[in-house]
Design a protein. Structure first.
Length: 216
């Protein structure tokens, strides 16, 4: 009997170990957040390199970003909201990668990289001064408040067009479902009655955020 008990105890311990390993694996949301952080870090590292403060391009970080993009792109369990956020990050990375490619090409052709960097920085400052305050929309019932969601959609589409971001597969019905899910989820998780959505342009890219509306 003792031998059988030991066998069952070992099996239970093995199951516990497997559960611990499974629980310790990053979630899809954590992978997406990590991808966003790595893209931001890669952008900074390329700026440092192009300004002459680093000897070699940040190819290790770039490889890590592209591996994560491929991994998430093959992930079939992404929700609509996760897929939308993922596509936004991929569009942002693609824009950065094209800029880096052109800058690297200029360096190989012997152009003044430092001057180009200063010009790009100046353009960024000019662009930043033209950016307006965020557009905000408050919604209590996204399923029924179609006019508010439509205004939010139109504002987001206009911002994406100005920034040159893709609008493929970005129809209003799908967006409406996304906002309805997001609103219900935030109201449930944060215990709020209304959700405030904001559309902004930061560093030439669209920023779309949602948070609890605390104003009465």
């Amino acid at each position: 009997m003792a031998t059988r008990d030991n066998k069952y105890a070992r099996q239970a311990k093995d199951r516990d170990k497997k559960n611990v390993v499974r629980d310790s694996q990053p979630t899809v949301d954590e992978h997406i957040v990590r991808l966003e952080e790595d893209i931001r870090r890669l952008k900074i590292e390329f700026v440092i390199y192009f300004n002459g403060a680093a000897k070699r391009p940040p190819y290790d970080t770039k490889s890590r970003v592209e591996s994560m993009i491929k991994r998430l792109g093959d992930e079939r369990t992404l929700s609509f909201a996760q897929r939308y956020f993922y596509n936004t990050l991929v569009a942002r990375y693609t824009s950065f990668r094209e800029l880096w490619r052109r800058t690297m090409q200029g360096r190989e052709e012997g152009r003044d990289v430092a001057a180009a960097a200063r010009t790009n920085a100046a353009r960024g400052e000019i662009h930043e001064t033209k950016e307006t305050q965020p557009s905000t929309f408050v919604c209590a019932d996204a399923q029924r408040d179609v006019p508010t969601v439509k205004k939010l959609y139109d504002t987001l589409v206009e911002a994406k067009k100005k920034c040159g971001e893709p609008l493929d597969d970005f129809s209003f019905p799908r967006f409406h479902r996304l906002i309805t899910e997001k609103t219900d989820a935030l109201k449930s998780r944060l215990g709020c009655e209304r959700v405030r959505f904001s559309v902004d342009v930061q560093d030439g890219h669209v920023s779309f955020k949602a948070k609890a509306d605390k104003e009465n």
